[in-house]
Design a protein around this ligand. Structure first.
Ligand SMILES: CC(C)(COP(=O)(O)OP(=O)(O)OC[C@H]1O[C@@H](n2cnc3c(N)ncnc32)[C@H](O)[C@@H]1OP(=O)(O)O)[C@@H](O)C(=O)NCCC(=O)NCCS
Length: 262
């Protein structure tokens, strides 16, 4: 077994065994070129044959693991474990996070077996872009959001990052924070992004909400996604604050998993 940086010549082999990973297929073919050019894309070879792949993105204090796949005929031989150990060797002394769909038991067990713990549970909903009227607004630096944020992370193109006061400030400066206000009170807030890796997808993450503020913001989101010609909208809400509403199409529950390396 050997883990090495991915080469362009590995693409065909990897995409062949990543065609039908999930019921709906897989997304590795859509991101291979971007991940390869950014670096952090590794493959696992067994007897000269490429049978595993994963991508790691390293930020200042934390790292993100994504796209881990083992060829279906080579599973349950420890290669997933080998790739997670390799990830720890390339980014020592950091916090590592990854996200796993709650029904993906092999992957959850694998992560737990090497010390990852569930940090947060996130619901994914879907919506379609549409022209809408809304009184929600883009937050400006004068808005005080301290004390209302109900999440310590947020999703940025399927990568979850820590959300502290400094990060909120940066996001506000980048016009990424949408809020709903009534009588001077913030009813809901969240962060939007248009993914680099999936450019047709508009994503929105609630970090604080009431039902009233939420529907106001969702109309704003539909409108903005419409203006940006997005094809789909993905809305993330932590399970602990997710509402019982029928205007959002519930997709699935994801576990954000975390391991702290010492
Ligand atoms: C998840 C995946 C990468 C695991 O790779 P793997 O090489 O089979 O994993 P390992 O052999 O290292 O397994 C390590 C542990 O994980 C757990 N595990 C792995 N596969 C499992 C399965 N099918 N059922 C139950 N537990 C499983 C076990 O605890 C296992 O330890 P054990 O073999 O001592 O019982 C592989 O199943 C895969 O490619 N799945 C499809 C893609 C995917 O779901 N990727 C992750 C998305 S977040």
């Amino acid at each position: 077994m050997k883990i090495r940086s991915a080469q362009e010549s590995d693409k065909y082999t990897v995409l062949e065994f990543c065609k039908d990973t999930f019921q709906w297929g897989d997304y590795i073919a859509d991101v291979w070129d971007k991940w390869k050019s950014k670096g952090g894309l590794y493959v696992l070879e067994e007897n000269g044959l490429v049978v595993g792949v994963y991508h790691i993105v390293s930020f200042e204090k934390e790292a993100w693991i994504e796209g881990m796949r083992v060829h279906p005929q080579y599973r349950k031989k420890g290669f997933g474990t080998d790739m997670l150990a390799h990830a720890e060797s390339v980014i020592p002394n950091k916090v590592i996070r990854l996200i796993i769909e709650s029904e993906n038991h092999p992957s959850i067990r694998l992560a737990e077996s090497v010390g990852y713990k569930i940090e947060e549970k996130w619901m994914l909903y879907s919506m379609v872009p549409a022209k809408q009227e809304s009184s929600a607004i883009m937050a400006t630096p004068s808005f005080q959001l301290d004390g209302i944020i109900e999440s310590s992370t947020y999703a940025n193109s399927w990568k979850w990052l820590p959300l502290d006061a400094e990060e909120i400030k940066n996001l506000i400066e980048q016009n990424r924070v949408i809020i709903s206000i009534k009588d001077g009170k913030t009813l809901a807030a969240g962060i939007w992004n248009q993914s680099n890796e999936f450019p047709h997808v508009f994503q929105f993450v609630f970090v604080s909400r009431t039902n009233e503020g939420m529907s106001d913001i969702l109309k704003y989101v539909q409108n903005k996604a419409h203006d940006l010609n997005s094809e789909r909208i993905q809305v993330f809400i932590q399970e602990k604050i997710s509402p019982e509403v029928n205007f959002l199409d519930k997709k699935s529950l994801f576990y954000l998993m975390k391991k702290e390396l010492h």
